[in-house]
Design a protein around this ligand. Sequence first.
Ligand SMILES: CC(C)(COP(=O)(O)OP(=O)(O)OC[C@H]1O[C@@H](n2cnc3c(N)ncnc32)[C@H](O)[C@@H]1O)[C@@H](O)C(=O)NCCC(=O)NCCS
Ligand SMILES: Nc1ncnc2c1ncn2[C@@H]1O[C@H](COP(=O)(O)OP(=O)(O)OP(=O)(O)O)[C@@H](O)[C@H]1O
Length: 225
Amino acid sequence: MPSTGGCFIIPADHVNEGATVDTPLIIGLTGGIGSGKSAAAERFASQHGIHVVDADIKSRVVVEPGRPALGQIVDRFGQAVLQADGQLDRAALRQRVFAEPAERQWLEQLLHPLIRDEIVTDLHSAQSPYALLVSPLLVESGQHRLTRRVLVIDVPQALQISRTLARDGVPEAQVRAILQAQASREERLRHAHDVIVNDRDLATLHAGVDRLHQYYLSLREGAKP
Ligand SMILES: CC(C)(COP(=O)(O)OP(=O)(O)OC[C@H]1O[C@@H](n2cnc3c(N)ncnc32)[C@H](O)[C@@H]1O)[C@@H](O)C(=O)NCCC(=O)NCCS
Ligand SMILES: Nc1ncnc2c1ncn2[C@@H]1O[C@H](COP(=O)(O)OP(=O)(O)OP(=O)(O)O)[C@@H](O)[C@H]1O
């Protein structure tokens, strides 16, 4: 495991297959639930103007009322996963799919291709020196193949759980079930080119982001003819 509070860069020859310096620079940012992906992405965006594409946000777009996927979800799970206003009741669906792995897999096979399409369209509109693809399932869903490098926000599991409980106020058993459905810390780190260990305060996280931003800019500059 990387040591505490640091930011690590693995040498640049270990880049993802298929990605070359001629392609737009897309950095994948991942981490388990409550690891601090959104907090890190917010720093890249607000401090450095980096275009952020967030898979969790895309997962809401593809089930908006009127989208075919919402009808398919209601056909499978019933009206209990719809709110009175016709929107998906995300808490109700969350309860179902994290209690029943086969139902989660059904939902993923429906939504992941749609989420991927939304991601690709959005990445094409990026104007910043590089773009960030933020996804909790970057590795699990194969979305990392869209990226040149993978940045993992790494935290000990106990901190993931306590921060998620403080943020969401959901039962601990549900957070543990979500963790079980995600890649292990070790597996995620196997795909990492860069790692920020987010076990200290937000200022330390921001400092790690700022260092990596400079590094990603240098990669972009290296790509120019
Ligand atoms: C089950 C749903 C409706 C719950 O919605 P809710 O608003 O409560 O949570 P949200 O979407 O914001 O996700 C919160 C966190 O849960 C975790 N999570 C979400 N989906 C999954 C999944 N399929 N497997 C493992 N963890 C997941 C992630 O850490 C994510 O950051 C929603 O997560 C969903 O539609 N999931 C399936 C689509 C998916 O895989 N999305 C992940 C991005 S690709
Ligand atoms: N270094 C830190 N110090 C204190 N709190 C933090 C730190 N990093 C993140 N947090 C807090 O922990 C919670 C989880 O962080 P965040 O929402 O960024 O995680 P996430 O990886 O995006 O989660 P999810 O996968 O559920 O979307 C938030 O309330 C956030 O403000």
